[in-house]
Design a protein. Sequence first.
Length: 126
Amino acid sequence: MGAPAALTPPRSAARILVVGPCGAGKTTLGHSLHALGIEVRQIAQEHSYIADLWRRGTAPDVLIFLDASFETCTVRKRFKWLERDYLEQQRRLADARSHCHFYLATDSLTPMEVRDRVAAFLRGAG
């Protein structure tokens, strides 16, 4: 599948925020959307004790939650961490997960498939 058509960020999605556990694909998605002219912000919600850090300051118009299993995150990031650390990240992400506009489990997806699914969502968000 080729690159999606260049997008103009929907008016309602001027501020797009991406959250998720380490290794879910946030940075890769940010780079691939940037190449399409779409700016997204990432926030380290998974490292914060502030449950709603994602909405502090300027709240996003669109909140995208990328998720992946402990096993997938461990392989992708070559982490030497414990499952309890992953579960703590998931706990810290609970508020963002419950308020996200778009949730995507990325375990079985390539970076291009993640980009394409998020871009398709954003096209429909306007």
